[in-house]
Design a protein around this ligand. Structure first.
Ligand code: PMP
Length: 381
């Protein structure tokens, strides 16, 4: 028997069989009529997921390219404020700096939740900004920020708002138009249930109007928008991935966004309840908003890398270590996209076995029961 493989990381995430089957279809030509129909439908579905009428630009690259497209098209000569509280927030700082913005960082400790009132106060002190960069789901810590409130603070200060929604789009609510977001960057390999390789950036009319000549040939918003208006692409896109993404988005929308968000909330709740029942301490906030990734501290005598390598070696499961200075201190379980409660209980059971083997004092058998119980409670929100 080949060993069964499990992917419990916060990206890439498991891909449903219907999506995998679409990847096995013959390759389509990107200028063919058959591909155009799929491309048009896929771009329309992305608008629905972003809750926007704005253009969603699609690039053949990973999510970071969508973030970099914001830098390349908006940053030159601008005053940027970056709100950061982890590894990916710091990436916005690097991108904005590289592309010629004068960057002011509002840095929180990794694991803290940025506060809109503090961001508003800092923006007032600075006399406004051209662009404010925020991260919706900080995958390195499990914190999901209140993007609606942060965006309102940025708008109040007259700034455009750019959001890293790489791990959050399609997992937790995001309302591009209603919240006044100007650039929403994401990727295919998280809640959109598709393999890595596609980046998307939804861009508001205000952001297009403020755009400078692109500093990147490939990530040029104007060229991409012009081609996409004819359901074309300026360069050869990853046609097979787009076919697969279209199937995945169809599945997501058939379930409905609200039902999907509710499932993620319940999965997060189940994961946190299981972890606590085992006697471990959460690193990510113990709140429903943190429905994307659960970050867990290991007991002081244990290196989280040994938990990660243990579940892989014994059970063929991939989970994530901490990033940056949290490496060795926390491990992370993703519950993004095509996940159900038994993925959570399976991951928890394996972690429990490995921790026990490493000598941790864990309460045996309690995690699975607690997770199942917590999952049953429907939220009223
Ligand atoms: N931002 C966040 C919040 C992420 O989780 C990730 C991927 N882990 C990225 C950006 C980078 O995306 P990619 O690796 O697809 O370039």
């Amino acid at each position: 028997m080949p060993e069964k493989q499990y992917l419990f990381t916060p990206g890439p995430t498991p891909v449903p069989p219907q999506v995998l089957a679409a990847l096995a279809e013959p390759v389509l030509h990107h200028r063919g009529a058959d591909f155009r129909v799929i491309y048009e439908r896929c771009l329309g579905r992305l608008q629905e997921i972003c809750r926007t009428r704005a253009d969603v630009l699609l690039f053949t690259a990973s999510g970071t390219a969508a973030m970099e497209s914001v830098g390349a098209n908006l940053c030159e000569g601008s005053r940027a404020v970056v709100v950061s509280s982890g590894y990916f927030g710091e990436r916005w700082e690097k991108i904005a700096t590289l592309h010629g913005a004068e960057v002011e960082a509002i840095r929180y400790e990794w694991g803290e939740t940025p506060r809109a009132d503090e961001v508003a106060a800092r923006l007032a002190e600075l006399g406004g900004a051209d662009i404010v960069f925020v991260t919706q789901s900080e995958t390195s810590t499990g914190v999901v920020a209140d993007v609606q409130a942060l965006a309102a603070a940025a708008k109040q200060a007259g700034a455009l708002v750019a959001v890293d929604a790489v791990s959050s789009l399609g997992a937790v609510p995001l309302e591009m138009d209603a919240w006044g977001l100007d650039a929403v960057a994401s990727g295919s390999q998280k809640a959109l249930m598709t393999p890595p390789g596609l980046a998307l950036c939804a861009v508001s009319e205000e952001a297009f109007a403020a755009a400078k000549p692109s500093r990147s040939f490939y990530l040029d918003w104007a060229a991409t928008r012009k081609a996409q208006a004819k359901f074309d692409a300026p360069f050869t896109p990853a046609t097979s991935l787009i076919v697969a993404l279209d199937v995945a988005l169809g599945l997501l929308l058939a379930d409905g966004l609200e039902a999907t968000f509710e499932r993620h909330r319940r999965l997060g709740r189940a994961c946190r309840a299981g972890v606590k029942a085992m006697g471990l301490e959460l690193f990510s906030p113990d709140e429903d908003r943190s429905a994307v990734v659960t970050a867990i501290r290991v007991p002081e005598t244990i290196d989280s890398g040994d938990v990660v390598s243990g579940v892989r070696r014994h059970f063929g499961m991939t989970i994530a270590n901490g990033q940056g200075h949290l490496k060795g201190k926390i491990f992370r379980l993703g519950h993004i996209g095509w996940f159900d409660i038994f993925d959570i209980t399976t991951a928890l059971a394996a972690v429990e076995l490995v921790l026990a083997e490493l000598g941790a004092d864990v309460e045996r058998g309690a995690a699975v029961t607690a997770a199942l119980e917590a999952f049953e409670h429907q939220s009223v929100a």
